[in-house]
Design a protein around this ligand. Structure first.
Ligand code: FCB
Length: 390
């Protein structure tokens, strides 16, 4: 297998996704979901961080910090507003973003799919429709043709395990289903979509490193919970890790741990600090998930494509960064091949059904004035970059 990833420096950057920061995204399924009565969404995304217009300023801020990459997503519903009609204007827009990164010496890490689907796709059956994997791969080819020469890394699908679980079994993401069979079918479709997208991207740009990003947690078995951990992990993580075997890397997104007993999740441990997202403050989880991804994929290179914390106390973010970075380095010292650490998120942004109250950003955003304020944790994180990263 050719080694596409080794020419890159160790990636040290921050991430966003299109729908969470751009504003004015009205052609996708999430827009409809935010407004649907009973969907449980706290508030609509609205103008978000107006990153659509303010990306030059945001990219300049990330570059000034001394980071070396910016992970952002293209919005499928803008680029393909109707089936097989591709918008030159929006392809040019994302090309301009990638160019802006390059002008600032930031490597563009581009996500093709980060939770949102064009409305026409969702209404026509979404990821249950047998043509969706192929349509997605075609979209990836179009994007790669237009801006693949500027990309440093391509991520096909962000956390396919989350929309499969939350959208089809737990009903909190669109399309709001509660049907385990549908989740199983969609899991297969996402895997197929990823596989076809890797092929499509490689056909256009054979040297571009490509992989997916997976939501992973540290699963801790309490006595008697070992079998349950195996079964939860199988469908949430392992099936995707196994499908990533031929990829250039696997992206690992990790926030916390879950303790599992014979009956499943037992909740947060009494006395453990809880973040604003309701998770246990458990930065060490990244060490466990990297080891697990390494083991199940038989030693694929890994990139931490998301790690971070929702908090209004920036000192907790600093501690989270220190401890998660140490945990990553511990895994690396044991031989796990890690190629980067990308913090979630660059900006305080729209946290899906939770709305704007959970703040994951290294940079604060005042949503009335759209003013940006770099938090101390941003400088702290940037200062931890390995030598030679820039
Ligand atoms: C991940 C998502 C990302 C963000 C963080 C907090 O599951 O990929 O969009 O919501 O969690």
């Amino acid at each position: 297998m050719s080694d596409r990833i080794s020419p890159l420096p160790f990636l040290w950057g921050a991430a966003t996704s299109a729908h969470q920061v751009e504003g004015g995204n009205v052609l996708n399924d999430w827009h409809d979901w935010e407004l649907a009565p009973g969907s449980g969404c706290a508030e609509p995304s609205g103008s978000a961080c107006d990153h659509l217009h303010r990306y030059p300023q945001d990219i300049a801020l990330l570059a000034d910090l001394g980071l070396n990459c910016y992970r952002f997503a293209v919005e499928w519903s803008r680029i393909e507003p109707e089936p097989s009609t591709y918008s030159r204007r929006w392809l040019d827009h994302y090309r301009a973003m990638a160019e802006c990164c390059r002008d600032h010496r930031l490597l563009p890490v581009i996500t093709m799919h980060h939770f949102t689907n064009p409305r026409w796709l969702a209404r026509g059956g979404g990821w249950e429709h047998r043509q969706t994997p192929e349509r997605f791969a075609r979209f990836c080819a179009v994007v790669t043709e237009r801006l693949g020469d500027l990309a440093a890394v391509a991520i096909t699908i962000n956390e396919p395990n989350m929309p499969a679980l939350l959208g089809y079994e737990e009903g909190v993401f669109p399309p709001g289903r509660r049907d385990r069979e549908a989740r199983l079918r969609v899991t297969e479709m996402f895997i197929e979509g990823h596989r076809l997208a890797v092929e499509a991207i490689r056909e256009v740009r054979p040297d571009l490193p490509v992989g997916l990003a997976l939501a992973m947690a540290e699963w801790q078995a309490l006595p008697g919970g070992e079998g349950e951990v195996e079964s939860v992990r199988r469908l949430r993580e392992d099936v995707f890790l196994e499908a990533a075997g031929g990829d250039d890397f696997v992206g690992v997104n990790t926030y916390t741990r879950h303790r599992i007993g014979p009956q499943g999740w037992v909740g947060n441990e009494a006395g453990v600090e809880v973040t604003a997202a309701g998770y246990e403050f458990w930065p060490e989880a990244i060490g466990a998930t990297l080891r697990r991804a390494w083991e199940v994929t038989g030693g694929r290179p890994l990139i931490v494509t998301e790690s971070g914390i929702a908090t209004d106390d920036d000192r907790r973010r600093v501690e989270y960064i220190d401890r998660s970075t140490a945990a990553m380095r511990g895994a690396m010292a044991d031989g796990v091949d890690v190629r980067g650490l990308i913090h979630w998120s660059a900006l305080d942004n729209f946290e899906w059904h939770h709305g704007y109250a959970q703040r994951f950003g290294l940079i604060a955003v005042d949503r009335d004035s759209q003013e940006r304020t770099v938090k101390p944790s941003a400088r702290h994180f940037a200062a931890l970059a390995p030598t030679g990263a820039r």
